[in-house]
Design a binder for this molecule. Structure first.
Ligand code: GCB
Length: 880
């Protein structure tokens, strides 16, 4: 009997749920992403769709900088006269960075900050005939608006979705910092029961007082109504009121967790008492979870210990700047989940609403922060803009169960101002601390249910001295031992130091990472070489250190994907390569390493499979070239099979198995097996003869990097470059000189400068200095020979860039370098002066066709006239 009754109730509940779905919600949201006319100030008008940025192309060229100024967007609006009885709003999810919205030429609103939503009421400006909206967006430098400087590109534009919102005059408040007007908390949650508090702000813009009901219904994931709460409300004209609904006890709530991100929905309606019609309705996610950070034991979700491992994310995308479509935004969170990550640091600014919605759905915990990065301005305007951004961020994202942390400063003492004036510097430090304190207090007031976080770089003393480790509830450290300084092993020492010296302060490693250019590989990886292999080693050390220390709440890799940073140079200018994914979101080997560490189910992957096209010199007197291959796995051991032949079983160390694989010329089939798990890859190998007279390995062409231990894959021209060797008789190589070492101690690998006139910067960034000769002992025939040069020393006039590896270029003294290049005794490049003839750090490629006869081979002589001759790379192709 009881059973039948509850079934009936369930049925009724379900029907109510369904009918309310079908009802008019009283509001309409219409996308305004199409049909905008765009022009830069004084520029040509073009038609564009939103999302749009004006910087997607100009960040890619060699010229430093990008357009930072005014962009004007205009669009017609066709509104029916019948809408005169409604309230009309424009909703901008993000405009970079200062915006003014005009309707029919009249200014309707201004907004500051690139990364938060703003909603503009426009009814008062409309004629309902031929309305025109205009948005003036400006991404100029403004000392009162954060971010002031940072390692990412400040793209301008109307770069997130824009929509038109039409509501009844009585509606949920739309003018509270871009929020939805309804704020949900769960004051008490346990596995046995939960309470929910819903605060709704209602605005009456109509000419009369109204009697309404506010009805909140909680639906479970299947759409069944769990509970409903109704509140009667009288609201005067031009008044807004906030009501609080307390839902005391929901028995046995299904909990939200990273493994089972169970979502309820709260649907809140305003119902006109007279007509019984729904005049406004909004829906919000609801997750029941509780959490805590413990300085000794780390993080707990729903009372269970959970090691946080995830990544930070920037919002830009290959060739699109920050104008990234919804589907690609969501895919990023999916990629993080598929990697085994459980946390997203939304850095360094609030991002598209789709991101946190995806986190809610997929069970990814999140922190969000405002873009106060590197430095502050000591003005009231700057302070107020920071406080406003923080308020907008918290209010707009308040209802996401995925969010557990609000953050507000990143490495704020990185750019130390007033270093030559200590008393003035102290004043600056005081201002920084005051701002941090204000932001922290504001955040705790706005949302007492979450943690506050302040993120520092690894300069322990200064952050403690200024007092910044005392302010937030949770400290974040961005640590790069083994990258910007030291060795990866220093990382663990830093973690232990925090635990010892700040024993009561929980912390996370909010950043760590090493650049890995997906085109660069190395068998002897070292710091700054930007090889994928160094990235693997680095991440193994970091993951082991965090996983083995319970007091470390967790860490977030910097970064989920490579991202645009205009001022960076290095192997891929304007891009920061610390991503686990490329900027086009292709997984790098490090992504597979994370899967091996984090995924629960058996995992086996040939990480080097991405290196599908390889080249190398044959082992002496053999028809093979032995090179390493890496496998990422969470299994104990695996067997590798090459072209059907077993290479034996090996054990994994820190989730990686290294194999030495004797590749043959042409196609190589690799298969790795462990129990029922397998993976395979076809590697196309271009075998270079050990000696040129080897008939079994015919010579076709060879591309050689001087002063380098790297392999470089030129994906555009499909060329494989390999490191040079000292000259060996019968073969090839350099005679004399040393690899270029950079001009100060900081740099350990080649040059980090942008080489002008090429996308193949790594070909030019290393060189052999003081080279005497290069020889190819090739048989007689016709050959194309190309020599590659770039003057790496001098020419740097711009300010040193904080983010480049060798940020001391401006101290360089230019080299005087003039030399003759002769080929087989004949002048080829007489009196070559790279700096004077071509300019500094400029790609120079010189090609010549040569007839080799009388078994003389090819010898290229470099004769110094002044300074030391150099050669950066060399390429030889046999014609016939
Ligand atoms: C940091 C910054 C981040 C940079 C990163 C890097 O510490 O917080 O914005 O991109 O280092 O790659 O240098």
């Amino acid at each position: 009997m009881l059973k039948a009754k509850s079934l009936l109730l369930l049925f009724i509940a379900a029907t109510i749920g369904l009918t309310s779905f079908a009802q008019d919600t009283g509001r309409k949201t219409i996308s305004l992403n199409d049909q905008w006319q765009f022009s830069k100030e004084g520029g040509q008008v073009e038609q564009v769709n939103i999302p749009h940025t004006w910087n997607d192309k100009d960040v890619l060229d060699d010229a430093p900088g990008y357009y930072r100024g005014l962009g004007i967007y205009k669009r017609k609006l066709k509104l029916d006269e019948s809408l005169k009885s409604k309230e009309i709003f424009l909703v901008f999810n993000g405009v970079a960075q200062e915006a003014e919205v005009l309707v029919n030429g009249r200014s309707a609103a201004k907004h500051i900050g690139s990364y938060t939503r703003f909603i503009v009421p426009i009814s008062a400006y409309l004629n309902y005939k031929n309305d025109v909206i205009e948005v003036k967006a400006n991404n100029r430098f403004n000392e009162d608006i954060p971010p002031l400087t940072a390692d990412f590109t400040f793209f301008g534009g109307l770069y997130r979705n824009v929509s038109l919102l039409i509501t009844h005059p009585v509606h949920f408040l739309q003018t509270d910092n871009g929020s939805g007007g309804v704020f949900i908390t769960t004051p008490q949650v346990s596995a046995s029961s939960a309470s929910v508090q819903i605060k709704s702000a209602i605005d009456n813009a109509s000419a009369n007082a109204r009697k309404v009901q506010v009805e909140s219904t909680i639906f479970d994931a299947k759409g069944n109504s769990v509970t409903r709460h109704t509140t009667a409300l009288n609201i005067n004209k031009n008044e807004h009121k906030t009501i609080t609904q307390d839902i005391r006890s929901i028995p046995k709530p299904e909990l939200w967790s990273t493994e089972n991100p169970y979502l309820y929905r709260v649907v809140t309606k305003i119902i006109d008492v007279k007509t019984k019609s729904v005049i406004d309705q909004v829906s919000n996610p609801l997750g029941f979870r509780w959490f805590k950070f413990d300085a000794d034991k780390g993080f707990f979700l729903n009372d269970k210990p959970l090691k946080i491992i995830g990544a930070s994310r920037h919002q830009d995308y290959e060739n699109r700047g920050n104008a990234t479509p919804d589907a690609l935004q969501i895919r990023d969170v999916e990629l993080l989940k598929a990697m085994g990550g459980n946390f997203l640091r939304v850095a360094h600014y609030p991002q598209d609403p789709q991101i946190l919605e995806a986190c809610d759905r997929l069970g990814i915990l999140a922190s969000v922060e405002i873009p106060v990065v590197n430095t502050i301005t000591e003005t009231d305007a700057f302070t107020n803009n920071c406080l406003n951004m923080q308020t907008e961020m918290v209010k707009q994202n308040f209802n996401h169960p995925s969010i557990i942390i609000w953050a507000y400063m990143n490495e704020i003492l990185l750019r130390l101002k007033f270093s030559n004036d200590k008393p003035r510097q102290q004043v600056y430090f005081d201002h920084v601390r005051e701002l941090a304190q204000k932001l922290d207090s504001l955040t705790r007031k706005l949302d007492p249910s979450r943690y506050t976080l302040l993120v520092n770089h690894g300069a322990w003393d200064i952050y403690n001295k200024v007092g910044l480790t005392k302010i937030p509830m949770l400290v974040g450290w961005n640590l790069y031992s083994g990258w910007y300084s030291g060795v990866p092993e220093d990382f663990g020492k830093f973690l232990d130091r925090h635990h010892k010296e700040l024993p009561n302060t929980p912390f996370m490693v909010t950043e760590y990472g090493a650049d890995a250019d997906p085109r660069i590989r190395s068998f002897s990886p070292i710091r700054f070489d930007k090889s994928v292999e160094y990235g693997i080693k680095f991440n193994q050390v970091y993951l082991n250190a965090m996983l083995s220390r319970p007091f470390v709440a967790g860490g977030e890799a910097w970064n989920l994907a490579d991202f645009n940073s205009e001022t960076r140079e290095e192997t891929m200018p304007h891009i920061n390569n610390k991503g686990l994914l490329t900027i086009g979101r292709e997984p790098k080997d490090t992504y597979f390493l994370y899967q091996a560490y984090l995924l629960g189910k058996p995992y086996l992957k040939i990480t080097s499979a991405h290196w599908k096209d390889r080249t190398g010199t044959a082992d002496s007197a053999a028809l093979t070239s032995t090179q390493p291959v890496q496998i990422a796995t969470n299994l104990k051991s695996a067997e590798l099979v090459l072209n059907g032949k077993s290479l034996g079983v090996k054990d994994a160390v820190d989730h990686i198995i290294d194999w030495q694989v004797p590749f043959v010329n042409g196609k190589n089939q690799l298969r790795v097996v462990s129990g029922s798990q397998t993976d395979q890859a076809d590697i196309n190998f271009q075998l270079q003869p050990f000696k040129f007279n080897d008939d079994q390995i015919p010579f076709k062409n060879i591309n050689i990097l001087l002063g380098s231990k790297r392999f470089y894959i030129d994906e555009k021209e499909h060329q494989l470059w390999m490191p040079a060797q000292p000259y060996r008789a019968g073969s090839w190589g350099w005679i004399g000189g040393d690899p270029y070492k950079g001009t100060n101690n900081r740099i350990t690998y080649g040059s980090d400068k942008n080489i002008l006139g090429t996308d193949n910067d790594p070909i030019y960034q290393t060189q052999q200095v003081d080279i005497k000769q290069f020889r190819f002992d090739v048989p007689d025939g016709e050959y194309d020979l190309a020599l590659y040069f770039a003057e790496l020393v001098g020419g740097e006039t711009k300010e040193a860039l904080a983010y480049n590896l060798d940020n001391n270029h401006k101290k360089e003294v230019a080299e005087q370098r003039i030399f003759d290049v002769l080929i087989n005794g004949t002048a080829f490049l007489p009196k070559l002066n790279l700096a004077a003839d071509f300019g500094y750090t400029t790609a120079v490629k010189k090609t010549i066709r040569i007839t080799v006869q009388n078994s003389k081979g090819i010898s290229i002589d470099f004769n110094a006239i002044q300074g030391k001759p150099v050669l950066n790379a060399i390429q030889l192709r046999k014609i016939y």
